[in-house]
Write a protein that binds this ligand. Structure first.
Ligand code: TEU
Ligand code: CA
Length: 559
């Protein structure tokens, strides 16, 4: 059992634009984060993942970087950043930054140079191609944000590739000079003392040579030609050799479309690549055949089969990240739990899942409060480019009704996760004294940090207990995972085992009572209750057979 800080850590993701505004301009900033470091220390998290804070025109809220070595004006100065890092380290926490190098902003100096002339030394920093015989795009790939993945540029009469927005041109990783630029930039930040990187869509940086079209419609999904591409391991191993291996850091690669088999190659201990990946399979359990906006009900079997596959797949080598929330996903308590009578219990049950499976848990800002999805009345209230593009395309090209499109946005829009962090019951949840860049969720009057930290039965304090348990019990980090009831469609039951100790985790995923019958092989064991989201459980309970209450979660130590 090779110990590592990144296996034992709990990570907290900050989306800076929505975390805390210190100067009343309605936009979160670094000084706002500094003012909340004690809150994070109280929660007990070990590592902070900070979404991008580099200079950006904010076409995609910082995931379109125009200067990798300077801080976005709206967020503050490099001095603020240094003070924040010092504050994080002084409190015994670590900081990982967001590495966005599949693409830059079209306002980056590299791109400005690259687009200026076909002879520019920067031309091959990006992926330029001539149009087809009728002047059409070089291939028929669709962008993640809708429409063609190619943009025609008048200046040189060629197209450039952008897997995301038109203002996010893909960097050309075939170019060794570009790769060195990235490695130098990474070294710049590591030498400032950061503790690692979250790597944005890092498995998209290698594209199939020739950039071939795919069969199907005018624009079609070309993921087979840019996810987990032919040279991805060469690039990651080179990055590791030249940069990552020189520091005691953690790395997590965001990998849309990665399978558990591929994840073994990305995270295997002898692979010399990354520590762990963010996989997306479980984030599509409620997506129909047409993608995330095509809503379909999820099932526990669907969710559990995926989580189980990843637990088993990376059991011997590699490492899982554990998340149900981030700045791209709707709020997990709205998606998989309950926002009514069982809000607290369901949020705590989901937290128990994330902190007792094997892997590193990631808490997204506000998850520890049970923050919920938002339903703004008009598309004009939304800000996310992905949502706004989808609205235009689905309403005006596909002819979907306003009601149907808004229902998809309410369920899956990324702004669900980006409404301002709710600190107290004052206007805008105490996030800003000004007008927030994105409206607050109106439920801030009852869901906020001030209320939660004062309420010992809150979701916040439950997260705090789970994090404390992790520090006390190696079994939560290093214990082997075994599924117990593979076919139950209401409860997820598994064990963790380490050095003769065994924990039994029992989770009722729904709002109705569910009958639990302890399998014979566990019936003999004596039990100690470790944690539960109901506080009236008599111990030692007779758990051979009992009824789980709505969303009831129990963790027992068996001996
Ligand atoms: O996300 C990549 C990605 O796969 C997401 O765009 C996801 O497919 C989609 O948001 C699901 O709704 C990363 C960042 O996390 C995201 O915020 C950026 O928009 C994107 O890359 C481009 O940098
Ligand atoms: Ca601000």
């Amino acid at each position: 059992m090779k110990r590592a800080f990144w296996k034992e850590a709990v990570v907290y993701q900050i989306y800076p634009r929505s975390f805390m505004d210190s100067n009343g301009d309605g936009i979160g900033d670094l000084r706002g984060i500094i003012s909340k470091l004690d809150y994070l220390k109280e929660l007990g998290v070990d590592v902070i993942w900070l979404s991008p804070v580099f200079k950006s025109p904010n076409d995609d809220n910082g995931y379109d970087i125009s200067d990798y070595r300077n801080i976005m004006d709206e967020f503050g100065t490099m001095a603020d950043w240094e003070e924040m890092l010092q504050g994080i380290h002084e409190r015994g926490m670590k900081l990982i930054m967001d590495l966005v190098v599949n693409h830059s902003s079209d306002e980056h100096a590299w791109f400005m140079e690259s687009r200026s002339s076909k002879d520019s030394p920067y031309r091959d920093y990006y992926m330029w191609r001539p149009g087809g015989p009728e002047g059409q795009e070089p291939n028929n790939w669709v962008s993640f944000f809708g429409g063609s993945a190619w943009q025609y540029d008048e200046a040189t009469g060629e197209y450039f590739l952008h897997l995301f927005s038109k203002k996010q041109p893909d960097l050309n990783w075939e170019n060794p000079v570009l790769r060195q630029e990235v490695y130098h930039m990474m070294t710049f930040w590591l030498d400032k003392g950061i503790d690692g990187f979250r790597m944005d869509v890092i498995n998209c940086i290698s594209k199939t040579p020739g950039l071939p079209s795919v069969g199907g419609d005018r624009y079609a999904w070309g993921g087979e030609h840019f996810m987990n591409g032919p040279k991805i391991h060469d690039y990651l191993q080179e990055m590791n050799r030249e940069v990552l291996s020189k520091y005691d850091i953690m790395t997590v690669g965001e990998m849309p479309g990665a399978t558990v088999e591929q994840a073994k190659d990305y995270t295997g201990k002898d692979r010399g690549e990354l520590n762990m990946v963010f996989q997306f399979e479980h984030m599509d359990v409620d997506s129909g055949p047409y993608g995330k906006w095509d809503l379909r009900p999820w099932t526990l079997k669907g969710l559990r089969d995926i989580l189980h596959k990843w637990q088993v797949g990376l059991a011997e080598d590699g490492w899982n990240s554990l998340y149900l929330n981030n700045h791209d996903q709707p709020r997990m308590v709205s998606r998989f739990g309950d926002t009514g009578a069982y809000h607290k219990q369901s949020a705590k049950m989901l937290a128990t899942l994330l902190h007792t499976l094997k892997g590193t848990p990631y808490i997204y800002q506000g998850e520890e409060l049970g923050m919920t999805n938002v339903k703004f009345p008009s598309i004009d209230d939304y800000r996310d480019i992905e949502t706004l593009n989808m609205y235009r395309e689905h309403r005006y090209e596909h002819g979907r009704s306003e009601e149907e499109v808004m229902a998809s946005i309410y369920a899956k829009g990324r702004d669900n996760a980006r409404t301002p962090m709710q600190w107290d019951a004052s206007p805008n949840g105490g996030f800003t004294t000004g007008t927030p860049w994105l409206a607050s969720n109106p439920d801030y009057d009852r869901i906020n940090a001030e209320q939660a930290t004062a309420d010992s039965d809150s979701i916040f304090h439950y997260y705090k207990r789970l994090i404390q348990l992790r520090k006390k019990h190696d079994i939560m980090v290093y214990g082997s995972y075994e599924l117990i009831l593979p076919d139950d469609d209401r409860i997820y039951v598994y064990t963790r085992e380490l050095n003769g100790e065994r924990w039994l985790i029992i989770l009722n995923f729904f709002g109705e009572p569910a009958e639990f019958i302890l399998p014979d092989e566990l019936a003999h064991a004596s039990r100690e209750l470790i944690i539960s989201n109901y506080d009236d459980i008599e111990a030692p309970a007779d758990i051979r057979q009992f009824t789980l209450r709505p969303y009831e979660a129990r963790v027992y130590s068996l001996t």
